[in-house]
Design a protein around this ligand. Structure first.
Ligand code: SF4
Length: 344
């Protein structure tokens, strides 16, 4: 297993400018309005996959990103529900905790790309205020570590946050949303595994939700890192985003979810793409998504079939994206409290 120092070095050794990309990939890329960041260890995988591959399309910039006339700055309404500078409280029972804005890579399709590119105050360091908020709202029983990416934090910092949350009686469940095991599998070191195991003692359930969109992301080193988690008794789920030009076929999704199931990872969410400004070239309509998703019912066992969900724009929350009665979209969706919301 790699040491803590190895993953930090791999993380720092990254491509950050259009000139870096040109040198590394020996190809021209457009100047775009959003920052670039690709660790070289992962860039080598993109290079191996080649132009227009699912890896290339997810992480290398395209001129369409500069089309800022369409798409939303805050597509899922984080700002609407930001109760504190580190907490987003959208659903009654759970809160998103954003301890960092740093990611192991910058995905071109990111729904938070406009927030991460700014110095948005949602992500300021105000941990004590977050704790105070949780003490006032005991109906919050789950903390979801997100960001940025929480696994970019040191093991000591993650352990500190877990200890602080464990002292709030109402917090029963912990979830980590992370892309790091895919981008920097060496991050799954002994120290992190130990912290995650201790989390199981502090809370009733503690789980890791890996963000993965295509089976070509699951290389041997990634598979070994995830096995390190599952072999040590850590519950691992997955979430994926349906993306035009990346995984927008039943076959691609089937390959991804069956591979995850074989690795003892429970496919949990398939997100319909968000209408994020600068990422609309990955977007597709609901009818298209439903037609791609429907045949998976015939190909995968129920426990390997994720929920196909959509975040209703404007902060209305997640709801089911799949309609078993019709592929057509009426123009309205039922939000998290049962109200009909018109979005088209
Ligand atoms: S890792 Fe997640 S938050 Fe970070 S850029 Fe990618 S999609 Fe966005």
């Amino acid at each position: 297993m790699n040491t803590d120092r190895d993953w930090k070095e791999e993380f720092r050794d990254a491509l950050k400018t259009a000139a870096d990309l040109k040198d590394f990939f020996e190809a021209d890329f457009p100047e775009v309005n959003y920052p670039l960041f690709i660790p070289k260890v992962f860039a080598a995988k993109i290079l191996h996959a080649g132009p227009d591959s699912p890896l290339w399309n997810q992480f290398l910039p395209k001129s369409e990103e500069n089309n800022i006339d369409i798409g939303r700055l805050d597509p899922i309404g984080d700002k609407v529900h930001a109760k504190n500078n580190q907490l987003i409280h959208r659903y009654e029972n759970r809160a998103l905790f954003t301890p960092t804005t740093v990611c192991p890579i910058l995905c071109r399709y990111c729904f938070r790309k406009n927030e991460l590119a700014s110095s948005d105050e949602i992500f300021d360091q105000k941990f004590k205020e977050a704790i105070a908020y949780l003490q006032v709202y005991p109906e919050i029983n789950e903390i979801i570590f997100t960001g940025g990416d929480p696994f970019i934090l040191s093991n000591e910092k993650i352990a500190y946050y877990l200890q602080e949350f464990s002292e709030i009686e109402s917090i029963k469940y912990i979830r980590f949303h992370t892309r790091t095991p895919i981008i920097l599998p060496s991050r799954i070191d002994e120290g992190l595994v130990a912290v995650l195991q201790s989390s199981k003692e502090l809370f009733k359930r503690s789980m890791v939700m890996i963000h993965v969109n295509h089976d070509s992301e699951i290389t041997e080193d990634v598979e070994a890192a995830i096995k390190e988690l599952t072999d040590n008794g850590i519950e691992v789920f997955s979430q994926s985003v349906l993306l035009k030009g990346v995984n927008d076929s039943t076959e691609a999704l089937y390959e991804l979810f069956s591979k995850l199931a074989d690795m003892k990872v429970r496919p949990y969410y398939l997100h319909h793409p968000d209408e994020a400004r600068g990422a609309m070239h990955f977007y597709m309509d609901l009818e298209t998504g439903r037609k791609i998703f429907a045949p998976l019912h015939n190909k995968l066992p129920g426990w390997a079939l994720p929920q196909y969900i959509i975040d209703i724009p404007g902060g209305e929350g997640k709801t089911q994206a799949y309609n078993p009665e019709s592929f057509e979209f009426s123009g309205s969706l039922i939000n998290r409290i049962g109200e009909k919301v018109k979005i088209r």
